[in-house]
Write a protein that binds this ligand. Structure first.
Ligand code: SAM
Length: 328
């Protein structure tokens, strides 16, 4: 079935004011480098590791939900189930969803340029599943604005939010809108997986800064986080500025307090089944029969077990946690 036309109206920067505009412009302007050029990134080890973590998360929690799907057998090559990738960016996880043998994929992101790149990436090759893409501010607008009702008639088995959910914690209204979009079209027993910055770790680093420090920043050559205030810590809208070499150029992000997130998610029928820091995901799965060899295949480590990350990248890796929730 034909996809809706991509948005071709004014540039997103003019549509989105304030911090959201900064975020949208940043992601829209980042070039879509091919696989070959990606290999030359100074933080390729960290990027590979992040991809491996997402693969582990998808294999452990999304595969079973897809297998149990009632929307089975509809994919071009017999895939099962339906996934929503909210904040999908340039479609970096398309291959992972192909490997998960999903039948239908829906990708939404606020950055219209990224959505066009994701769509092109998808159409560049033959795919074992169908995909629909839409530009949407998923934290201010309902999903039904982007995807026609007929497309949403059968519920999703999985909703995935990778490295993007924290932008919703700018305000309680946005966090609620995001959770409504996650939960509204997710079936009971379906799963919600994601990766977010580790608030505990970030705030511990802030607390560890000298009491008289004027510059409230910490990090290393690979990443830098700067807070604006030491004591003002609102539950929503607790802002910091984030820099990640060759990936994120100093954009505003928001602290996601885990307990607060869990409490709010429960109002939408979403309950946590997994939460782990990235370093622990590494140690927990490095000797696993499937995920250990996958680490070599994805160039996280070489065949001698030598890590592709230097110390600074390894430290940056643990800024994040991965989670899975189940809809009940
Ligand atoms: N999920 C992708 C991945 O793992 O490669 C992209 C992650 S990128 C770090 C963060 C993404 O969140 C960007 O593509 C950005 O445009 C998207 N984003 C930020 N705010 C958003 C919003 N309000 N609605 C939808 N997407 C949003």
């Amino acid at each position: 079935s034909p996809e809706p036309e991509p948005h071709r109206d004014e540039p997103p920067s003019k549509k989105h004011a304030g911090d959201v505009g900064v975020v949208v412009d940043h992601y829209n302007m980042r070039p879509d480098v091919g696989v070959v050029q990606r290999e030359t990134s100074p933080i390729i080890g960290l990027k590979s590791f992040n991809n491996w973590v997402k693969s582990v998360l998808i294999s452990r929690f999304a595969h079973p939900a897809l297998q149990a799907s009632k929307v089975g057998g509809r994919g071009p090559r017999g895939g099962r189930g339906k996934v929503l990738d909210m904040g999908c960016g340039k479609g970096g996880d398309l291959t992972k969803w192909g490997k998960a043998r999903v039948a239908e994929y829906f990708g939404a992101d606020i950055a219209a340029v990224s959505i066009e790149q994701a769509r092109s990436r998808f159409h560049e090759r033959r795919n074992p599943f169908e995909a629909t893409f839409a530009a949407l501010d998923c934290y201010s607008e309902p999903l039904s604005k982007a995807f026609p009702p007929a497309k949403l008639a059968a519920p999703f088995d999985v909703v995935s939010m990778q490295f993007c959910m924290h932008y919703a914690f700018e305000s309680i209204q946005k966090a609620r809108c995001m959770l409504e979009n996650v939960s509204r079209w997710l079936r009971k027993g379906g799963v919600f997986v994601g990766t977010i910055p580790n608030a505990e770790q970030l705030l511990a680093n802030l607390d560890a800064l000298p009491g008289d420090a004027e510059d409230l920043s910490f990090g290393n050559d690979v990443y830098k986080i700067r807070f604006e205030d030491r004591t003002n810590r609102p539950v929503f809208g607790h802002k910091y500025w984030f820099y990640l070499q060759d990936a994120v150029e100093n954009v505003p992000e928001y602290i996601v307090r885990w307990d607060n997130f869990v409490q709010l998610a429960a109002e939408y029928g979403l309950h946590p089944v997994y939460k782990e820091e990235f370093h622990d995901i590494f140690s927990e799965h490095q000797d696993h029969a499937e995920f250990g060899p996958l680490m070599v295949k994805m160039k996280v480590v070489d065949s001698n077990g030598e890590s592709a990350m230097d110390e600074a990248q390894w430290e940056a890796a643990n800024i994040y946690i991965a989670f899975a929730f189940e809809k009940r």
